[in-house]
Design a protein around this ligand. Structure first.
Ligand SMILES: Cc1cc2nc3c(=O)[nH]c(=O)nc-3n(C[C@H](O)[C@H](O)[C@H](O)COP(=O)(O)OP(=O)(O)OC[C@H]3O[C@@H](n4cnc5c(N)ncnc54)[C@H](O)[C@@H]3O)c2cc1C
Length: 272
């Protein structure tokens, strides 16, 4: 017995399909995977050929190929198309949802609703730009191609790579187990920012710790903004004087300017 796991299930479904290639008909395999929610049209040729089809089949080719439909990918695609509306541009991204991440600071401050920071990816892809809904699993720069989940290959003339930063929550021991409860939260996640707002609203004094990890991080200002906005809430509801606020930064400087030893922050002590 083999247990396969992958992020979306597509690679596991593909693996299963290829393992059944000499036992079941292609339509039986397709029916079974479709029932489980996976469209394996892209690998039908390989299944039909019992997994022996060559990997160098090119499914699509675009003049400009952009990996990642986040703020960067969408902005690059819009900018290129604005300058040349005839340019053949495609974005590859498996996500259904595009997030406006800077808004999470304001969600944590109780100013924005989390839902207002999320839009369907389809509605953000600029008109005329093709969206390939898949994850890139490998780069083949020598042949000007990327490989997608399901072994599809897409060729390009120019490649723009912007898959964002993956936050390493496991980098802090014990963090994953306690995030989202016990008064521990982060504005770096869509689902956790509302909990930040909840905690700030409920606090009636005590100790509030804000932390900033070492670079590279998504937004160098976000940890400080969380602290300033929280302090503003506590100032306005009259609890700031009861609250000891501390900011712990893994960096040696704040905003690229070296602090003088012993300098106090706006709301409390700044510690390194
Ligand atoms: C709380 C917070 C506050 C912030 N505040 C500000 C601010 O005030 N000002 C500011 O300028 N910036 C701010 N930022 C930073 C800003 O949001 C990011 O810099 C920006 O979102 C980065 O855009 P990106 O496209 O590089 O990455 P992302 O927006 O993270 O998008 C990456 C995309 O790539 C896709 N992807 C990942 N892997 C693959 C793959 N293998 N194949 C295909 N696609 C893939 C993902 O699905 C995603 O859609 C903030 C960020 C946070 C979290």
């Amino acid at each position: 017995m083999v247990l396969a796991y992958c992020r979306t299930g597509t690679r596991s479904a593909t693996l299963w399909a290829l393992s059944q290639a000499d036992k079941l008909s292609v339509s039986e395999i397709e029916r079974t995977t479709a029932k489980a929610g996976y469209d394996l049209e892209a690998v039908v040729r390989r299944i039909a050929n019992a997994g022996k089809a060559p990997l160098d089949v090119v499914e699509a080719e675009h003049t400009v190929l952009i990996v990642g439909g986040g703020a960067a990918g969408i902005a690059v695609a819009s900018s290129l198309r604005a300058r040349d509306p005839s340019l053949d541009v495609a974005i590859i991204d498996p996500a259904d949802v595009h997030y406006y991440q800077p808004g999470w600071t304001l969600v944590g401050a109780g100013i924005f609703d989390a839902a207002d920071t999320a839009r369907t990816m389809a509605s953000r892809v600029p008109r005329g730009v093709r969206w390939l809904k898949a994850a890139v699993v490998a780069f083949e720069p020598d042949s000007h191609a990327v490989v997608l989940e399901g072994c599809r290959r897409v060729r390009y003339q120019r490649l723009v790579v912007c898959p964002g930063i993956k936050v390493d929550w496991h980098g802090v021991e014990g963090l994953v187990e306690t995030l989202g409860r016990n008064g521990v939260t982060s504005n770096y996640r869509f689902d956790l920012a509302p909990y930040m707002a909840e905690l700030v609203k409920a606090l009636r004094g005590g100790k509030a710790l804000f932390t900033q990890p070492p670079m590279p991080i998504k937004c160098a200002g976000a940890p400080q903004k969380a602290m300033y906005l929280s302090c503003d809430t506590w100032r306005r509801n009259g609890t700031l004087h009861n609250t000891q606020v501390q900011f712990f930064s893994a960096g040696a400087v704040l905003f690229g300017v070296r602090l003088r030893a012993g300098t106090d922050g706006v709301c409390g002590s700044v510690r390194h």
